[in-house]
Design a binder for this molecule. Sequence first.
Ligand SMILES: [Zn+2]
Ligand SMILES: [Zn+2]
Length: 430
Amino acid sequence: MNLNLFGHAGQWLMVDCGVTFQEPLNTQNPTLFDVVSADPKFIVEHKEHLAGIVITHAHEDHLGAIPYLWQRFQAPIYTTAFTAEVLRRKLQQFNLLDQVPIIEVNTGDTQNIGVFSVQWLATTHSIPEPHGLVIRTPAGAIFHTADWKIDANPVLGKKFQSRPFERMAEQGISAMVCDSTNALKPGYSTSEAAVYPELKKLISETRNRVVVSCFSSNIARLITLGRIAKETGRYFSPIGRSLQNMVSIARTTGYWPADIPVADQRHLGYLPAEEVLAVATGSQGEPRAALRRLANDGFRDLQLEKGDRVIFSSMIIPGNEDAIAALVRALKARGFNVIQAHETARPIHASGHPCQEELKLLYDWVQPKIAIPTHGEPEHLDFHQKLASERGIEFSFSGRNGDLYVIAPEPRLQKNVVKTGRIPLQFSAN
Ligand SMILES: [Zn+2]
Ligand SMILES: [Zn+2]
């Protein structure tokens, strides 16, 4: 549930405004989930000084709180076309579409937002149009990486270009605010293109139905699966509203290849088993997602049978272990052949976050004066801080939610400056 604030000369710039899903409130009844965000109290009290909101990419942990919180700050939102389309569809559901000013920018653009000059830089991640931001003020420049990895073949969008980051060292970056999600993992992340051969093997070797579960916003993965379906004589069909919405957004924004057909989920029940390739959400064991309903045989358009294959093209997000284990047990109990990414030797999932060697490369290119690790649990932030310091970065801080980083003139970390906590946005009782 990312929410960052950058301050200069009495003004604030918000970067991202996301949600997370509260762990089950009641383990006896794990279907109770809360959608929560960071407590925005501080900026709500200073909203007249909020110059704008910048959204780096369209993942829920970066934009999901906007429809719930926007009315409390009412500042204009700046983002690129794909993210804007995802946001507009959310705002429509809240009847807010006409009220929220969305300013679309292009990759590479620089936009003046109050006292801040913000430049959008292309990176690679696990969703279309991920961006890092260079935020410049007279006091110094900050590079906010947002979520990123180095992907030489992201399937969708341009491959990772190192030149813009190498150039930063010449310009002088005061602070780099960087993704820590995979800071504990050695080596390099897997390329999105590397999942194609193994998924194709797992799908072509069976004559039964195949259901693949992945995140709905990973359009590159959906394109890979659509291509495999075409090559293996199956009908590619995303099931459930969130996947269908994402495919529709990909079409609207020009990301869906014209040669990859998409079948209506209502036709799935009439097809021979060997012609079905369905894609479903729910890889994290979410109680109301399509995969859970398939496990319970509660899905009208598709009933699975013994021997059908269910592939988790996803990782286990920490905190979801129990919910996923329960889902896998339910699927196996019905005789389905379940394959999870961590059990396969070759990759059927690629993370969108940088591992240690990628972090080292970025520090070597950018050479910021200060390293500010974000996006991770305390152990990720601490390890990332050590890595930055070992890489020769002069100041590196492992802060926590609510801390204030003073970047200029004298770098320091001030603890507990802003009241923190999570606030419930939506209570979804089943
Ligand atoms: Zn994220
Ligand atoms: Zn992300």
